[in-house]
Design a protein around this ligand. Structure first.
Ligand code: FAD
Ligand code: NAP
Length: 546
């Protein structure tokens, strides 16, 4: 007897309406599947809906940090700057939602609180904070890698009399810091972008730094018609080329190792890239992420620029990154970050010498001093890659929860699916290139792969898919091996889970490169989804029912 699956409310439930959820929904429409997208925010955009802090902008050029799936979209849309600011990127997300008629299937202001796989009925039950309970054959997590904000556990936060902000949950109406004494805690990308802008307004700005980071100048400019049309004339070929690259981003790629050229030649190359701006400095040589000595040449160059920019040598010294190879934490890209420390109103507070002890009603107390401030900005980052997934903590076969399956760190096959969680996909999940790439390139690749997989299943009348434990183990071991060929695991980065106390230390993204990874995913699909078990979950539910 063939077991019939119960009739679900939808073919697919998608969680999240950022760039991943939006494109996923568009593809599901194309497949003729019924879909519901559930989104905690009041509108589309994900990262760009939430992160409205001053100075927020992309660090991948906008001609590249944009969708490629529709040629008319990429030809029609005009970016006003080399690196678009958050409001423009958010407008773009809204335009995409309207243009492809996506809003009708998105339920906003609704947070998914649980997702449970029902083995007998072969469907997912998804529940929300609004009391909805919906069922679907497939559950697709488009919950984002950097969407679960992290507030550090500092004593006394609730006592502070003034406003407290997190860069990832910035008020929509903006914040006027004019004449205020402001504290920014953190010196990652969000802090480094916001500090120069806040410094223009604040009477005094205290930057609480625990670990100095490498930052390179953006040299942002208005989009020129020549640059825009050079891209648009050749968009298809350039997008295709980007998909084959390690990071999915087109830079001027060096072809030699840093140690194969003279010190003078290297300096010329680094100076050229520093003047052009952007994170392409890491593409100057082929060995910067593999060879420590090679990496030192780039790191030393950037440290020299910091010393040359910051007038007070004692402040400059404290801003020099010294505990990780350059690029092994996401390199920051700024507009006037180091220059901001030349303002008499900007004060660096070095938490290495005196850590924060508490937040008081009037400010921040470190081991050596009380800092009176009117507002505190937490630029303290995210519970990256796993935070949003574990907040839902889906339950798969036999009621096993994701936090149990991932107690030693995330395990997945290709970062797309997790063994024991049939019909649940993760877009840019841990184990895929995701955060090490132009994320829109990686999002499109995952969405296309999932869509093709759903179409393939439909053609065969298959009902379930999940990875085998063996294929997953092999992928996890491969990911570990590739990561440990690089310098990345040396850094206490959020890639390693090091920013969240108690989180397992595992290098979470796949560092084999976007191009190689895509080839692997395509080959696996072409071989009939090698490593995946098709209809195994349906078969086991049939046995259980008989
Ligand atoms: P998100 O944009 O994070 O969207 C996920 C959505 O899921 C969110 O809207 C969230 O509200 C929703 N969600 C999560 N959990 C639930 C739940 N339980 N219920 C309902 N809804 C839920 N990447 C680059 O490649 N280049 C850049 O320049 C770049 N700049 C960045 C700047 C900032 C400030 C940050 C934080 C990240 C940046 N990134 C950048 C990474 C960025 O996150 C991705 O580029 C991309 O926007 C991710 O899209 P997404 O749809 O996968 O996830
Ligand atoms: P982040 O890189 O994790 O930085 C968080 C900062 O807060 C770090 O300096 C950290 O110090 C500090 N911090 C955390 N807890 C602290 C505590 N208890 N006391 C003192 N300091 C504390 O987070 P982020 O800046 O939000 O960036 C996250 C990622 O988002 C980036 O890496 C990037 O991928 C993306 N992003 C991109 C852009 C862009 O340019 N387009 C902008 C923003 C964000 P330690 O290092 O010592 O832990």
């Amino acid at each position: 007897m063939t077991r019939q699956t119960a009739k679900p409310d939808y073919d697919v439930v998608v969680v999240g309406a950022g760039f991943a959820g939006l494109y996923m929904l568009h593809r599901l429409h194309g497949l003729g599947l019924s879909a519901l997208v559930v989104e905690a925010a009041s509108d589309v955009g994900g990262t760009w809906y939430w992160n409205r802090y001053p100075g927020a902008r992309c660090d991948v050029e906008s001609m590249q940090y944009s969708y490629s799936f529709s040629d008319t979209l990429q030809q029609d849309w005009h970016w006003s700057e080399r690196y678009a600011a958050q409001p423009e990127i958010l407008r773009y997300a809204g335009h995409v939602a309207d243009r492809f008629d996506l809003r009708r299937d998105i339920r906003f202001d609704t947070r998914v609180t649980s997702a449970e796989y029902d083995e007998a009925a072969v469907l997912w039950h998804v529940r929300t904070d609004k009391g909805d309970a919906v069922s679907a054959r497939f559950c697709i997590m488009a919950t984002g890698c950097l969407s679960a904000g992290k507030m550090p556990d500092i004593a006394g936060v609730e006592q502070f009399a003034g406003p407290i902000y997190h860069t990832g949950q910035w008020p929509h109406e903006g914040v006027d810091f004019t004449g205020k004494r402001v504290a920014v805690i953190g010196t990652g990308s969000s802090a480094i972008q916001s500090i120069p802008v806040i410094a223009e307004q604040a009477a005094d700005l205290y930057v609480f730094q625990r670990t100095p980071n490498f930052s390179v100048p953006a040299r942002n400019t208005d989009m020129t018609p020549e640059y825009e049309s050079s891209w648009k004339a050749d968009y298809g070929a350039r997008r295709q080329y980007a998909r084959t690259l390690r990071s999915g981003i087109i830079y001027q790629f060096g072809t030699t190792g840093a140690l194969e050229v003279t010190a003078d030649d290297r300096r010329g190359v680094y100076e050229g890239r520093w003047t052009t701006g952007g994170i392409g400095i890491m593409a100057a040589y082929t060995d910067l992420i593999f060879n420590e000595q090679a990496n030192d040449t780039a790191a030393d160059f950037v440290r020299e620029q910091i010393r040359a920019t910051v007038r007070d040598p004692a402040v400059a010294q404290q801003l020099l990154p010294d505990d990780h190879p350059i690029g092994t934490k996401r390199i920051c890209m700024d507009t006037g970050y180091y220059e901001a420390f030349n303002r008499p109103t900007v004060h660096l507070v070095n938490l290495r010498t005196a850590p924060i002890e508490a937040i008081t009603p009037t400010g921040i107390r470190t081991a050596s001093q009380d800092y009176a401030v009117d507002a505190i900005v937490f630029a303290t980052g995210f519970d990256a890659m796993t935070g949003a997934l574990l907040a839902i903590n889906p339950r798969g076969s036999h009621g096993v929860a994701l936090d149990t399956a991932w107690q030693d760190g995330p395990r997945s096959y290709l970062g797309l699916m997790v063994a024991g969680f049939p019909n649940m996909f993760t877009i840019t999940g841990p184990g895929s290139p995701s955060v090490l790439s132009n994320m829109i390139v990686s999002i499109e690749q995952h969405v296309d792969w999932i869509s093709n997989c759903l179409a393939w299943m439909g053609q065969r009348g298959a009902t379930t898919i999940e990875p085998s434990e063996a294929a997953q183990e092999e992928w996890v071991a491969h990911g570990y091996e590739v990561a440990h060929r690089t310098l990345y695991p040396q850094a206490n980065s959020w890639y390693m889970g090091a920013n969240v106390p108690g989180k397992p230390r595992v290098f979470m993204p796949y560092i084999g490169g976007v191009g190689v990874y895509r080839e692997t995913c395509d080959a696996i699909a072409a071989e009939g989804y090698r490593g995946f078990e098709i209809d195994a979950a349906t078969a086991s539910s049939r046995v259980a029912a008989e």
